[in-house]
Design a protein around this ligand. Structure first.
Ligand code: DNO
Ligand code: MN
Length: 358
């Protein structure tokens, strides 16, 4: 298990590289050029700049999250050809600085969806919350406005240029079925996986968060059966998944340890976090500890360990604790605690196997 930590870039994150360097066992950053508009090729100079910044702290830049996919690709529009070419260029440029994994997602319009970014938990901390009834009742445009009002930093997946044309986007998706989305994903993968392969980069698609349709938009990376179908679209070790325990785990029917066991050799990157699911379908993000949420994180880590997992892992989101002012879900403290919990389980598994240190 190779521990990495998401970092949003100089001047765009409350967490510093110096702090990340001091989290035990953390070897690299998970990064992106967040200000490059979706669909454009990332400039090589900018990529090199991040590498130099990370180098100064002895952190690597092996994992990128995300290179976002333009909506025209998801919609299968003619302009997708140009956007796919740009995507390939970005893959080639990232390979030049040694990137090994690219995480991306194929969710129409929205990336992750929540109704409250600061839901208060019993202990006074706050966390990201999904209220089913509210999602079903609210107009998505209103939700976006509400969320934008509560965050000064742009949020990944909610980039302004994508959201500016929200109404038009919703219109474009009218009549687009799950099968259409499968077809467009397949088209995209056939085009980019050979390029990823030639450049030694593993593509790792992130599941849909939450793993069901929201606002009537189709979603397909949602469960075990669909992940099987997805992996069969292109038979290559360079076509894999980012197994996100919190995203998939919001549906109690998704048994995460079993998915780890089944897909392990196609998981170059793992997101590990916990969520507490309520009977009415709401869920809230909790600490990583198994007892605090609905996902048995101990069993998840054990499943990785049993399979000698050597891919990259990050503590996905964290709560906001100790009055930390930070990007929603991406503070330093709770994610660092999460890392120590994951290492604790991992090291105990190593001991059980008779290995003193590693
Ligand atoms: C949620 C997060 C996601 C993720 C993107 C990757 O679980 O990990 O927002 O960053 O979907 O493309
Ligand atoms: Mn995730």
């Amino acid at each position: 298990m190779r521990m990495v930590f998401r970092w949003f870039g100089e001047g765009n994150d409350t967490v510093t590289l110096e702090q990340i360097k001091q989290i035990p066992g953390t070897e690299g950053i998970v990064w992106a050029l967040h200000d490059v508009p979706v669909g454009e090729a990332w400039p090589l100079e900018r990529i090199k700049e991040v590498k130099e910044q990370a180098d100064r702290y002895g952190l690597h830049i092996d994992v990128v999250e995300s290179v976002n996919v333009h909506e025209d690709i998801k919609l299968g529009l003619p302009m997708r050809e140009q956007y796919i070419e740009n995507y390939k260029t970005t893959i080639e440029r990232l390979a030049r600085v040694g990137v090994k994994v690219i995480c991306y997602n194929f969710m129409p319009v929205f990336d992750w969806t929540r109704t409250d970014l600061h839901k208060e938990l019993e202990d006074g901390s706050t966390a990201l919350f999904y209220e089913k009834a509210k999602i079903e009742a609210i107009d998505p445009i209103e939700l976006v406005e509400q969320i934008a009002r509560h965050s000064t930093l742009t949020m990944p997946g909610w980039e302004p240029e994508r959201l500016a044309h929200l109404k038009a986007l919703f219109h474009a998706y009218q009549g687009v079925t799950e099968e259409d989305l499968w077809e467009n994903l397949s088209y995209f993968l056939q085009a980019i996986i050979p390029v990823a392969e030639a450049n030694g980069i593993k593509m790792a698609i992130h599941p849909d968060d939450p793993p069901w349709s929201v606002f009537g938009l189709p979603r397909i990376v949602t469960n075990r059966e669909n992940i099987r179908r997805l992996l069969n679209l292109v038979d290559s070790p360079y076509h894999g998944i980012t197994l996100c325990s919190g995203s998939l785990g919001a549906n109690p029917a998704n048994h995460i340890p079993e998915m780890v066991r089944e897909f392990c050799d196609r998981i170059p990157f793992a997101h590990i976090r916990n969520v507490k699911i309520y009977e009415n379908g709401d869920f809230v993000e909790t600490s990583h500890r198994a007892q605090d949420g609905s996902i048995d994180i101990v069993d998840v880590v054990k499943a990785y360990h049993e399979n000698d997992f050597n891919g990259y892992v990050r503590p996905d989101h964290g709560r906001h604790i100790w009055n930390e002012e930070c990007r929603p879900g991406y503070g330093l403290y709770d994610r660092a605690l999460g890392i120590m919990y994951l290492w604790g389980i991992w090291d105990a598994c190593n001991r059980e196997k008779g290995e003193k240190r590693s």
